[in-house]
Design a protein around this ligand. Structure first.
Ligand SMILES: Nc1ncnc2c1ncn2[C@@H]1O[C@H](COP(=O)(O)OP(=O)(O)OC[C@H]2O[C@H](OP(=O)(O)O)[C@H](O)[C@@H]2O)[C@@H](O)[C@H]1O
Length: 277
């Protein structure tokens, strides 16, 4: 698969109309293809001068009162998970940095490396596995269903966050993310939930909204991973499926462009492995 990251990055916001996402059967372990892992990388071509997005300075550290309790605890019910409410409410605004020629020249974007195979198979301990979520706490189909089957305690924590600590009147905001710490016995993996659409199925959001939410939720997830770096079982490598490209019906190339428009901040991880069956 070749990257189309060379186009001007604004193109991904031109909605291409609703594309019909095929209903996908959940991948069960036996169904999953396991094939040799091949990888190539995609990085957007350097943009002409003056066209780069305004670089963003590293966000101010969360105020002391907001710093999460980073002590890893054994039991899942006490284990600290991370989400938008661990960050100052104006977090995104505070990430607008000063623009200067040198900064722009140094602006770094995510390196996406591609691999064939099942993203769960062989994922090292404390890897972060990322998927796109609705904000209802519903992992009912697609890769979400596989996550629910494999990480039942993480699903309980996710559902509690979305459906009990939030409500229809006070939903989890789209464009945010949740970082679930490893709470299931084996394998010990972190789970990254990108809230790219409030609803799912026919009520899912339009591609342009899903893509905007993808940018801000990934930025937030990278910051939450940075915050969790003090944990004893800190994130090792980061894996992701081709988010939004199935049930959410957004062509992967659009999501790829959106992800590569993110200007990385100091302390953020820079590489994400994209796994495709
Ligand atoms: N083992 C595996 N390893 C690697 N890649 C794998 C894989 N298994 C499948 N894929 C691929 O991973 C991509 C995403 O495909 P998906 O349709 O699942 O997710 P999406 O991001 O489009 O949509 C999210 C909504 O769908 C869900 O379902 P519900 O809403 O619960 O009904 C959620 O809850 C959300 O709401 C597709 O390319 C699949 O080929």
């Amino acid at each position: 698969m070749t990257s189309q990251g060379n186009k001007s990055i604004t193109s991904y916001f031109e909605a291409t109309g609703e594309t019909k996402g095929k209903e996908r059967k959940a991948t069960s372990k036996s169904e999953r293809m396991i094939s040799a892992s091949t990888s190539h990388t995609s990085r957007p071509k350097p943009q002409p001068k003056g066209k780069l997005k305004r670089p963003i300075s590293s966000p101010p550290p969360a105020p002391a009162s907001k710093r999460p309790n980073t002590k890893a605890t054994a039991s899942s019910s006490q284990r600290k998970h991370y989400a938008y409410n661990d960050l100052p409410s104006n977090w995104l605004d505070s990430t607008v940095g000063t623009s200067s020629e040198s900064d722009e020249a140094n602006a770094k974007s995510l390196l996406l490396t591609y691999h064939k195979g099942d993203m769960f198979e062989g994922a090292p301990t404390h890897s972060l596995l990322i998927h796109a979520c609705n904000t209802q706490g519903h992992w009912g189909a697609g890769i979400a269903k596989a996550f629910k089957a494999q990480y039942s305690k993480a699903y309980i924590a996710h559902n509690k966050f979305c459906a009990k600590e939030h409500s229809k009147a006070n939903p989890v905001p789209t464009g945010t993310s949740q970082l679930l710490a490893p709470v299931d016995e084996d394998p010990k993996h972190w789970i990254g939930c990108l809230f790219t659409s409030a609803k799912y199925g026919k009520a899912k959001e339009k591609p342009v909204a899903i893509l905007q939410n993808t940018v801000t939720s990934m930025k937030m997830l990278l910051e939450l991973v940075n915050m969790a770096d003090e944990e004893e079982d800190r994130v090792t490598e980061i894996r992701m499926c081709k988010i939004n490209s199935g049930m959410f019906g957004v062509p992967w190339e659009k999501t790829e462009e959106a992800l590569q428009s993110i200007v990385l901040q100091e302390g953020w991880r820079t590489t994400i492995e994209v796994w495709e069956p």
